[in-house]
Design a protein around this ligand. Structure first.
Ligand SMILES: [Zn+2]
Length: 196
């Protein structure tokens, strides 16, 4: 792929005007370390590419950006050329954020259509703490079934582990559908143990 495409700013501005609606589509921005950093619009991604501040990591081959005489690959993932140090804010531990982290689905049965509660994996009465690692989204049915037992004692399998969420969770939640090209960068630290 020819990265010098993006140095031609005149073409870029032309195509921006013509495709202004589509250029609001989302692009995943990676830090220089390949860590997912944020998302931006295609327009913003093109600017970073033109200015030489980022390089194209993946593009969407079903779409192109057209100018009068040329076509440009449609960016899907870009990577910053310089490392950016970002002090991420911690996500506050609340009932709502636990449900949000778990995608509003019961971690034991996977259902999202029943009333949801926050379950202590190790029950509170047995020393379980209010921490990200000990709180999980559970439907009322599973929560009642589990009672004052650990998942192991109740013979209930968890579909994923409880973890402290970070900015990646918010990247995932801010788009309705995650681009296939984004997945290698968004699911690296997660245990996905969903039954087939
Ligand atoms: Zn359940």
């Amino acid at each position: 792929m020819n990265e010098h495409f993006y140095e031609d700013e005149e073409y870029a501005f032309e195509s921006r005007k013509k495709n202004s609606g589509r250029l609001n589509a989302r692009v995943l921005v990676l830090n220089q370390s390949y860590e997912a950093l944020s998302i931006c619009s295609v327009k913003k991604a093109l600017t970073l590419l033109f200015l030489g501040k980022a390089e194209m990591t993946s593009f969407d081959n079903r779409k192109v950006i057209r100018s009068i005489s040329r076509e440009f690959p449609w960016p899907s993932v870009i990577r910053l050329k310089k490392y950016v140090s970002v002090p991420y804010k911690q996500v506050i531990l609340t009932r709502r954020n636990v449900l949000k982290r778990d995608g509003y689905k019961c971690v034991y049965c996977g259902r999202g259509d029943l009333p949801l509660t926050v379950d202590h994996i190790i029950p509170k009465a047995r020393g379980g703490m209010d921490t990200w690692e000990n709180l999980i989204c559970a439907c009322t049915k599973c929560n009642n079934k589990k009672g004052n037992r650990t998942p192991h004692e109740a013979d209930m399998k968890m579909l994923h582990k409880a973890y402290e969420p970070n900015h990646i969770m918010f990247i995932k939640n801010s788009v309705s559908k995650i681009d296939e090209n984004w997945k290698p960068y968004l699911f690296v630290n997660e245990i996905t143990d969903y039954p087939q």
